[in-house]
Design a protein around this ligand. Structure first.
Ligand SMILES: [Zn+2]
Length: 265
């Protein structure tokens, strides 16, 4: 014990005297390099950094069904990505959300439901800008008409991470706990089997969740994303109710710029 205490004192002394940790090759006269704060590893994750998590559904001008606001024009999508690229934003993968504070103006791009146009219309634009993105898949609809199939999913994996939007897209808050558990666990299993990669993020379908959903989500996932209220996520916020920014059809560039800054349109 005494020995240990003595060696601790020695270490403390060496640290204070500046000898400890010095590389033997370092010449005493060498001026210390200034540390670039962007390169220095942070001691703890930086909290309170704004991270707009954009969410899209379809990127298509071929409209069908009653929810046409979900269809963003490919031209607008390209313009929005171009804006991010030319205005100092860093599009980061969803897996980096906890470390977002280490990036300049971090943004995350997500798509809900897994529509086929995410491959035909969105993916080529993401490739052009080399932007990572996340698609939340409804596992029972993979390969169905208008939805992504396995081949398309595997082709997109260089830039796109595939995460869960449950098995059947039912409103989770209306379901019994066992059924909620099935929706969360089974979709994770199916998507992991398909992609061979970890699925640790969930988007609640239509934003519906309750305290039971959150408790179950904590068993299987690291992150869960909501729809309402929309808004900007800040690092350190609850990881099971991560806010997102809805990008609807017809939003002009001025509106897009306001939205990603958390301002009203
Ligand atoms: Zn959805």
């Amino acid at each position: 014990m005494v020995k240990r205490f003595a060696s601790l004192l020695l270490v403390l002394f060496l640290m204070l005297s500046g000898a400890y940790g010095c590389s033997p090759r370092q010449k005493p006269s060498e001026t210390p390099k200034t540390i670039n704060p962007e390169q220095a590893a942070p001691v703890a994750p930086i909290e309170g950094v704004a991270v707009p998590v954009l969410y899209y559904h379809l990127i298509d001008d071929h409209l069908y069904g009653p929810y046409t606001s979900m269809f963003v024009s490919p031209k607008d999508f390209d313009q929005q990505m171009n804006y991010l690229k030319n205005n100092g934003y860093t599009v980061i993968p969803l897996a980096e959300i906890e470390n977002a504070g280490q990036y300049t103006k971090p943004v995350i791009i997500t798509f809900d439901d897994g529509y086929e146009d995410n491959f035909t219309n969105a993916y080529p634009v993401l490739k052009e800008y080399n932007f990572p993105a996340t698609v939340f898949l409804i596992s029972s609809l993979i390969g169905k008409p208008d939805y992504l199939n396995k081949d398309e999913i595997l082709k997109m994996e260089d830039l796109v991470s595939f995460q869960s939007h449950t098995v059947t897209h039912r409103l989770l808050a209306t379901l019994r706990p066992q059924v909620q558990d099935y929706e969360l666990s089974e979709s994770q299993k199916e998507i992991e089997a398909l992609t061979g990669r970890n699925v640790d993020a969930l988007a609640y379908p239509t934003g519906s969740y309750n305290q039971t959903t959150i408790a179950i989500a904590k068993r299987y996932y690291k992150y869960a994303f909501i729809m309402v209220p929309g808004g900007i996520y800040h690092t350190g916020d609850n990881p099971y109710t991560i806010k997102r920014v809805d990008i609807p059809r017809g939003l002009n560039l001025a509106g897009f710029i306001k939205k990603i800054q958390g301002l009203p349109e």
